[in-house]
Design a protein around this ligand. Structure first.
Ligand SMILES: Nc1ncnc2c1ncn2[C@@H]1O[C@H](COP(=O)(O)OP(=O)(O)OP(=O)(O)O)[C@@H](O)[C@H]1O
Ligand SMILES: [Mg+2]
Length: 286
């Protein structure tokens, strides 16, 4: 845990530095640190553009899905194998693998204390690099049924999602989308239920996790913020472990402490310090 506290200390220092400097605003949303040169964009587009399809049906992404594909390309281009950020996520994957060798970690919830601290981006990037390991099948589940973003971020529109599975409207296979040419599959959100917490805490959710744990090598679950909502506590409680995302320069240390307290800090497997300035790049993992 010493490294975790060191990470929190550094995050707190950065936050204070920004506040003192009068830069209290959240950084610009367009955060792709890779240069937007034509060759890089084309390469990313060739590699990832329009690759998602429904695993069960072969139905193509809709026009709305295609419209969101630009955002997809921005995010996915972060994972160009040579980038510093991709390297950070590979290190995170390696660390999770070595922890998993001690005691198997199949299901990992990704959360943060507050909204907008980078949970969904971390979930996506971690899922993509994990799926890049040879022969490993990975499932990414959007458990944020209040403010789902996974599908939109990846330029997709789910025909069926998590709530449909949990209410018996479809099977898991009917909701799963596959990233062609990779081992990454995902369950997004289509129907936004009135009672997300109850659905997440249902026996159907347990059954789903049991089913997919048997079929995938790793399952990554994106969740809402921990403070103020029960959802991430419920999901983290169903998972083998959870990752806490801290937004460098934004998240207050006491909020991280409270979130760790709410979730049971013994089951935290790490903290991702998102947005840390390291050279010109913006991720660090502890
Ligand atoms: N390192 C970063 N630098 C700059 N912007 C970032 C960074 N990480 C995330 N963002 C931006 O911050 C916003 C929130 O990111 P993201 O959706 O991943 O957070 P979240 O914690 O999942 O949010 P929510 O609580 O709403 O689900 C997005 O617009 C994203 O592009
Ligand atoms: Mg999110």
């Amino acid at each position: 845990m010493a490294k975790v506290y060191e990470a929190l200390r550094r995050a707190e220092e950065e936050r204070k530095r920004k506040v003192q400097g009068g830069a209290a605003q959240v950084p610009a949303v367009d955060w792709d640190p890779t240069p937007h040169t034509a060759p890089a964009s084309k390469a990313a587009s060739r590699k990832f553009g329009g690759l998602f399809r429904r695993a069960s049906g072969g139905e193509r992404p809709t026009a709305a899905g295609n419209a969101a594909a630009d955002a997809n390309k921005r995010r996915i281009s972060l994972l160009e194998p040579d980038s510093f950020i991709a390297e950070q996520f590979r290190m995170l994957r390696g660390r999770l693998d070595s922890l998993s060798a001690e005691s198997p970690i199949k299901t990992i919830a990704v959360t943060s204390a507050n909204a907008g601290e980078g949970k969904s981006n971390v979930s996506i990037n971690l899922a993509v690099v994990t799926a890049m390991s040879v022969g490993r099948r990975v499932l990414l589940i959007d458990c944020d049924m209040r403010r789902p973003t996974i599908c939109g971020s990846l330029g997709m529109e789910a025909q069926n999602g998590l709530a449909e599975i949990l209410t018996g409207r479809c099977t898991a296979d009917e909701a799963i989308l596959k990233l062609e040419g990779t081992n990454l599959e995902m369950i997004g959100v289509r129907m936004q239920p009135q009672n997300p917490s109850e659905l997440l805490g249902s026996t159907e959710m347990r059954a789903l996790l049991e089913e997919v744990s048997g079929r995938y090598d790793r399952v990554i679950l994106d969740t809402p913020a921990t403070l103020g909502l029960p959802d991430s506590k419920i999901v983290a409680g169903l998972c083998d472990a959870y990752l806490m995302v801290v937004r460098a320069g934004e998240t207050a240390r006491e909020d991280v402490e409270s979130a760790l307290e709410v979730l049971d800090r013994r089951r935290a497997i790490g903290i991702v310090l998102n947005g840390a300035e390291m050279g010109h790049e913006r991720y660090a993992y502890y």
